[in-house]
Design a protein around this ligand. Structure first.
Ligand SMILES: Cc1cc2nc3c(=O)[nH]c(=O)nc-3n(C[C@H](O)[C@H](O)[C@H](O)COP(=O)(O)OP(=O)(O)OC[C@H]3O[C@@H](n4cnc5c(N)ncnc54)[C@H](O)[C@@H]3O)c2cc1C
Length: 450
């Protein structure tokens, strides 16, 4: 079967690799030169270090993602915690969620006992754990309402749930759909102990995607970069190919001022693995007004803002920390994660569901990151910032509210031979790497089933 996949993010790559491995003839069109879509990176010309478009974290439950990474021979890029460990700091000092090597969910229970929390909060956390074990929240419920129904008070939310939930969902509990948090909570915390441990990447994400793409091409797949899919050809209710325009690809072509060329790739099946706000544009006009494409216009976006910073000496003494009561919610020691311990120290700060931060200026955001360092890390007194960057992703993820849950389509469309993939499709997960990979696999299976 000839398959054209549009979009080389995690979803498109997972679909393309899976189909190519099963000996289909796959062409992958990616509009950018760099792969990875919303999980990508570039090499900073000044420091020579990889800068992600925003720090990404994985958890041990990302089974489909790790399987893809292993098949592509890129497992060496994964850095696994032994057991879940998260440090938090606030004005009262440091505290850690340190889960021992016990069977799930006992590991979490003991971890929660070790966190510096009022006993009332621990008790409430236990209540939520029990509620999650014995039944899922109804669709349409916000996470804030679910917290209320499961007896989570203001302290439990502030000290425990809200920072975790906002990072996982890229949405505030007031807006987010409870079912998504519940699904992640069950998969990561209640199934296997190792499902909850954090997993970092030892390089920028573009490196991982290059490795996956190399594997895909090695197997005979065709990758066209800078190839913007313009429309999907649909005749007689069936998708038959993709029209695209390809800009100059190699440095030499760019230097020579090569013009974009129009192309058409015919296909027995097309998988659109583009973001939710780009999918409908690929359809002919009448189809855009019909389900599921019409509903996609009602999916909103939620921003993520990151600050990358280099310091002339080591100030942050752990790979990551939750900064409670601070605009910058998390800080990561990227240098250490990349395996480099000496100065300069390369840090990354991240703010999720960052509607307020996104409206601030770069100097304000950098000052805010610096304030967090001065507040929580005494070594900052003798350190200087040597470089800083602000990265904004306005539509980092779809806004995962209850209404969105009802609009997320599955992989199969009313057009024969046309399938959808992406973190925004109906995966049951929030917009995550794992959701994207699973969606790509689901679209590939659907395409094969015809
Ligand atoms: C800053 C940030 C931080 C995040 N943190 C985390 C995290 O910690 N953990 C986690 O699991 N997830 C995280 N996410 C979410 C995660 O990045 C996404 O869920 C995932 O990357 C989405 O993959 P995708 O393949 O569905 O879509 P995308 O990555 O958006 O891929 C779509 C691809 O389609 C291409 N494309 C679009 N239109 C066309 C066209 N017409 N023709 C050709 N190509 C086209 C795009 O260029 C892109 O490469 C984060 C996201 C951001 C932005």
């Amino acid at each position: 079967m000839k398959v054209t996949v549009i979009g080389a993010g995690f979803a498109g790559l997972a679909a393309a690799v899976g189909l190519q491995e099963r000996r289909h003839q796959v062409t992958l069109l990616e509009r950018r030169g760099v792969l990875g879509g919303r999980a990508t990176s570039y090499r900073d010309a000044v420091t020579g270090e990889d800068v992600d478009n925003g720090t990404h974290l994985m958890v041990g439950a990302y089974a489909a993602t790790f399987d893809l990474v292993r098949r592509a021979g890129a497992e060496d890029l994964l850095l696994f915690q032994n057991d879940l460990h998260i440090d938090y700091v606030d004005d009262r000092g440091w505290s850690s969620l340190d889960c021992p090597p016990l069977v799930a969910p006992l590991h979490l229970l003991v971890g929660l006992l070790g966190l510096r929390l009022p006993w009332s909060v621990r008790w409430q956390a236990l209540r939520l754990g029990l509620a999650a074990r014995f039944g899922e929240p109804p669709l349409g419920l916000t996470l804030a309402e679910y917290f209320r129904r499961t007896g989570q008070g203001a302290d439990a939310r502030r000290l425990l749930w809200d920072p975790l939930a906002t990072a996982i969902l890229n949405e505030t509990p007031e807006r987010a759909a409870a079912i998504l948090f519940y699904n992640v909570y069950r998969e990561a915390f209640l199934t296997r102990r190792d499902a909850s441990r954090l997993v970092f990447l030892r390089r920028g994400y573009a490196e991982l995607h290059e490795r996956v793409a190399r594997y895909f091409r090695h197997r005979g797949g065709v990758l066209c970069r800078r190839a913007l899919a313009e429309s999907i050809s649909i005749e007689g209710g069936r998708a038959g190919g993709v029209r695209y325009s390809q800009r100059a690809e190699t440095r030499d072509e760019i230097r020579r001022g090569k013009q974009a060329v129009e192309g058409f790739v015919d296909a027995d099946a097309v998988i659109a693995a583009v973001p939710w706000n780009a999918a409908a544009d690929l359809m002919p006009e009448p189809l855009r007004q019909q389900p599921p494409f019409a509903g996609l216009a009602r999916l909103g976006g939620s921003p993520i803002v990151s600050v990358e910073m280099w310091l002339d000496k080591r100030v942050v003494d752990r790979p990551m920390a939750g900064l409670r009561d601070s605009e910058m919610e998390w800080v990561f020691d990227k240098g250490a994660i990349y395996g480099r311990t000496g100065p300069p120290q390369h840090l990354a700060f991240i703010v999720s569901a960052a509607r307020r931060s996104a409206a601030r200026t770069n100097p304000e955001l950098i000052a805010s990151a610096e304030t967090s360092l001065r507040r929580y890390f005494p070594a900052m007194a003798g350190a200087a910032i040597t470089r800083s960057l602000v990265l904004r992703e306005a539509d980092a993820t779809f806004a995962s509210d209850p209404e969105a849950e009802a609009l997320r389509p599955g992989p199969v469309t009313p057009v024969r031979g046309l399938y959808l993939a992406g973190d925004w499709t109906a995966t049951g997960l929030p917009a995550t790497i794992e959701g994207a990979v699973r969606s790509g696999l689901a679209a590939a299976r659907a395409a094969e089933a015809g």
